[in-house]
Design a protein around this ligand. Structure first.
Ligand SMILES: Nc1ncnc2c1ncn2[C@@H]1O[C@H](COP(=O)(O)OP(=O)(O)OP(=O)(O)O)[C@@H](O)[C@H]1O
Ligand SMILES: [Mg+2]
Length: 248
């Protein structure tokens, strides 16, 4: 196990948002945090990344307590937040520069990854000149350049059109296997979670609790035609029941 959140609770003023949330991530896994809008997914990531202190609970990375401390996990925020006035190469190299590397060296290092992230030729363009899919890959590459073993991705594909989303998703899974990244992935899209994950935590209720944990049988164990787990329909129904218990 590489990352563990233990019994995280969080309130804003007198409103409790997260109640006793525990999640874990193993090396090389892609685990989805699935829940409806406003339930507390981003709040959980802000806590995992150390940007926000939980009221109670701990975040453990490889046995070390990192609760409330930043700089350990690569975090891609819900908006891509590319800096429009900087060239793509400098956007991507930014995490290295922030860690103290010289600009030229940081550019060289970043440059090596453009091919792997299907971004060859975009290095000296500005973000506004890229398509949505390219921007997202550039943002993923910048997140990867943080150099941590765990990536937190907050709805990374939700702003893309359907076709681009399909291809960027497939691409991300390939890249991830290639570089042995472990990923926690937020989505509110049930089908996306079933397509992409090894495991799914379903958040539900107010305050949010973990309603269910679903093993999708591993990403390599998918129907080659559809990309979904074989018991897709049953799993989908099970998740819907967590989202809206009254419907059953
Ligand atoms: N800094 C804050 N101060 C007060 N309330 C907050 C703060 N951050 C989040 N909230 C509230 O906490 C709840 C959960 O918000 P959060 O952004 O974590 O939801 P989410 O699941 O990521 O939603 P979405 O899918 O729309 O991104 C919401 O009711 C939100 O208004
Ligand atoms: Mg959010």
């Amino acid at each position: 196990m590489i990352l563990r959140a233990e019994s995280i609770s969080k309130s804003f003023s007198d409103k409790k948002v997260l109640d006793d949330i525990s999640v874990s991530l193993s090396e090389g896994e892609l685990v989805c945090i699935l829940g409806v809008s406003g339930i507390g997914k981003t709040t959980l990531f802000n806590i995992l990344s150390g940007l926000l202190m939980p009221d109670s609970g701990r975040v453990i990375l490889k046995g070390e307590d990192i609760t409330g401390s930043t700089g350990h996990l690569s975090y891609m925020l819900q908006k891509d937040l590319l800096l429009e006035h900087k060239k793509v190469i400098d956007n991507v190299a930014l995490p290295l520069v922030l860690k103290g590397m010289g600009k030229k060296e940081a550019r060289q290092k970043a440059f090596e990854y453009f091919e792997k992230f299907s971004l060859t030729g975009t290095e000296y363009k500005y973000p506004a000149q890229l398509s949505g899919g390219m921007r997202q890959r550039a943002s993923l590459l910048r997140t990867y350049m943080c150099g941590d073993e765990v990536a937190l991705l907050d709805e990374p594909f939700s702003a893309l059109d359907v076709r681009t989303r399909d291809s960027v998703r497939k691409w991300y899974l390939d890249v991830m296997d290639n570089i042995r990244l472990s990923t926690l992935f937020i989505t509110h899209d049930i089908d996306e979670a079933l397509l992409i994950s090894d495991r799914i935590y379903v958040l539900g209720g107010t305050p949010a609790v973990i309603m269910d944990e679903i093993d999708t049988g591993g990403r390599k164990n998918r129907d080659p035609e559809t990309g979904y787990p074989e018991d897709h329909t049953k799993l989908r129904q099970r998740i819907l029941e967590c989202f809206d218990p009254a419907s059953t």
